[in-house]
Design a protein around this ligand. Structure first.
Ligand code: ZN
Length: 198
């Protein structure tokens, strides 16, 4: 891309480094930004840096939030005895959008993958086990139905069994290898309601 100036090249390269952004899209976005009023560009830049500076992990459920504890964990209306383990915050948001889940979450930040060298120590499993020492009536495992998600579900269920806490797995209305965030709310609800005890 020698036909662009240095500054444009840099912008295109930065955008290209984002997931799902190919070279053409990066160029389109770059020129879009260049055509935006200066204030809008400053707002965009500020929202990026502020988000990065302010966002941290909730001390209870490890979802991304801007406070010590997230709004779900601090809500009086949520059932703290019902915990749903999900792979990431996007999956949590997918379940929140159904508006029907009244429990709380535990964000694992990944799934066990022997192929990628991601072991149980690399996800927030120790923290989940610590939470389960409290008053918990059910743990719902809502990891994706990918190989990694299933491996993680099996691993967790074996780990939790001795505690006597009921462990359930969301029903397989969710297509194999499907990312939870792309699945519609009705399917998600059906998967949640049709969960089975492991
Ligand atoms: Zn939380």
């Amino acid at each position: 891309m020698e036909f662009y100036s240095e500054a444009i090249n840099r912008l295109v390269e930065e955008l290209e480094g984002l997931p799902g952004i190919g070279s053409k899209t990066a160029q389109r976005l770059a020129f879009h930004v260049l055509n935006m009023p200066k204030e809008r560009v400053e707002q965009l830049a500020d929202s990026l840096t502020t988000a990065k500076e302010k966002i941290c992990l909730c001390k209870t459920c490890f979802t991304l939030t801007d406070k010590e504890y997230c709004p779900i964990c601090t809500s009086q209306n949520r059932n703290k005895k019902l915990i749903m383990a999900v792979e990431n915050t996007r999956d949590l948001v997918a379940y929140e959008k159904t508006g029907k889940y009244e429990g709380v979450y535990h964000v694992l930040h990944g799934a066990i993958s022997p192929m990628l060298g991601i072991g149980p120590g690399d996800i927030r499993l120790k923290e989940l086990m610590e939470r389960l020492q409290g008053d918990v009536e059910e743990l719902i495992i809502a990891t994706n139905s990918s190989l990694e998600g299933e491996t993680t579900a099996m691993y967790i269920s074996k780990l939790v069994k001795p505690t006597g806490i009921p462990v359930s797995r969301i029903a397989s209305g969710v297509p194999v290898g499907g990312d939870l965030e792309y699945i519609d709310e009705v399917t998600l609800l059906r998967a949640l309601e049709g969960r089975t005890l492991l």
